[in-house]
Design a protein. Structure first.
Length: 69
């Protein structure tokens, strides 16, 4: 392959549409520093840092379960 002068940059975030049946619940945006959630038909995201998410998800009061893998 030839050596290229230009290259693609990495994406700053990844968006994932969360679907239920035939409808969209919202969009989950994953960034290096946090998670963002935008409900359907909304313009702005709710955001939480990774530290806040980790503290919430690992708290036994949330009812979160460990996966098998």
């Amino acid at each position: 392959m030839p050596a290229y002068k230009n290259e693609f940059g990495r994406p700053a975030h990844h968006d994932h549409e969360i679907l239920r049946g035939k409808g969209k619940l919202g969009t989950l945006r994953v960034k290096p520093g946090g998670l963002l959630w935008k409900p359907k038909r909304q313009q702005k995201f709710y955001s939480v840092s990774l530290e806040q998410f980790e503290a919430w998800i690992t708290n036994s009061a949330t009812g979160a379960k460990r996966t098998g893998s």
